[in-house]
Design a protein around this ligand. Structure first.
Ligand code: F0G
Length: 347
């Protein structure tokens, strides 16, 4: 049973100021699930794992960074936190603000925020403000607000978000005995890939665990880091990564360069196909979280040799976050009668 969160578990490795307060929803310590059937589909001969981050308390990887950011903010005296969000950061900020007894305000882009995320933010008690604009515009606004008002910013521009988030890398090294060879990770605002790299680098300095190569994956309609320019009107079914101007884009590109990795984009169809493949293994993730697998498939199809390697897919959010993406079949309706049901079962 998980009885402590990442701040306690990794207290010697996560660098927070002295004023940071204890805070936890027992986040982290998420499963690393082997998916050999998917590896076989890709030619076999390598180890493939899903780091199932959707099993964090608010249903996404954001909880690792958020617990650290809110712990610091509260210790510094903040009574209110704010973030721009495509949904998961909002739910996470709201959860930890509730836990700490402070107020959360979340700015979301117009439309296209998955219902499970908004429901979470509302349930945890955040004030939700929808702007008539994109995530990137919301983030710009949040920067201005936090410059001018006594409100703490908890987007991943906040360095403590990365401090907590890097715990995902520690867990991978602990579980596998050393770093994997390749990490496939969806990229939106680019905080997560930056934090994982920080985590692997720190662990390697301490324990010689190695540093993996990164495949960063964007959606084709929201791929500024692949195209090399800002995307004014990002569009993708993977609404979590519907971002046209990533705050940590340069750092993400550095990670790719330093680790001999690759930043690539995949179509919405490929993302949804990858989501189905994962669900076929019993792992239901939200669309953005399937981008890593879609990217790996694209790379293997393009000739990347992964034989003998250990590959990890970072699956960032739970499928329950975005129920509307699922096309529900019309249920077969019957009277509660054995004969009627039997007829259907043997048809
Ligand atoms: N996957 C999911 C499910 C996400 O919610 C996000 C980002 C990412 C991947 C990309 O991570 O931004 O660190 O590169 N969601 C943010 C949000 C933008 O507001 O919830 P990133």
């Amino acid at each position: 049973m998980r009885t402590q969160g990442i701040l306690e578990k990794y207290r010697d490795l996560i660098k927070l100021p002295k004023h940071a307060v204890p805070l936890s929803l027992c986040e982290g310590d998420t499963p690393l699930i082997p998916v050999p059937a998917l590896a076989d589909r890709l030619g076999g001969g390598f180890e493939l794992y899903v780091k199932y981050e959707g099993l964090n308390p608010s249903g996404s990887f954001k909880d690792r960074g958020m617990v650290a950011a809110v712990s610091e903010a509260v210790g510094a005296g903040a009574k209110t936190i704010i973030c721009a969000s495509t949904g998961n950061t909002a739910a996470s900020a709201a959860a930890y603000a509730a836990r700490a007894g402070i107020r959360a305000i979340v700015l979301i882009p117009g439309g296209k925020v998955a219902r499970g995320k908004l429901a979470g933010a509302a349930m945890y008690g955040a004030q939700i403000i929808q702007i008539d604009g994109s995530f990137d515009e919301a983030l710009k606004l949040v920067r201005e607000i936090t410059d001018k008002m006594p409100i703490a910013l908890v987007n991943s521009l906040n360095p403590y978000r990365l401090e907590g988030q890097k715990s995902g890398a520690f867990e991978l090294c602990d579980a596998l005995g050393s770093a994997p060879d390749l990490v496939c990770i969806p990229v939106g605002n680019a905080g997560n890939i930056t934090a994982y790299h920080m985590g692997f680098t720190q662990y390697h300095e301490l324990k010689k665990t190695g540093i993996p190569s990164f495949i960063g994956v964007q959606a084709a309609g929201a791929a500024p880091l692949v195209l090399g320019h800002v995307v004014e009107h990002p569009e993708t079914v993977a609404t979590a990564i519907r971002i046209g101007n990533p705050a940590r884009g340069d750092q993400a590109l550095n990670v790719i360069k330093e680790t001999n990795g690759k930043m690539l984009s995949v179509s919405d169809d490929d993302i949804l196909a990858a989501q189905k493949l994962l669900a076929g293994q019993g792992i239901w993730v939200e669309p953005a979280s399937a981008a890593g697998l879609a990217g790996l498939i694209a790379e293997v199809n393009a000739g990347r040799d992964v034989r003998g390697k250990r590959v990890v897919l970072i699956c960032t959010g739970n499928g329950l976050k975005d129920p509307d993406i699922v096309q529900l079949p019309e249920p077969i309706k019957v009277r509660p009668d054995f004969e009627e049901v039997r007829k259907i079962l043997v048809a």
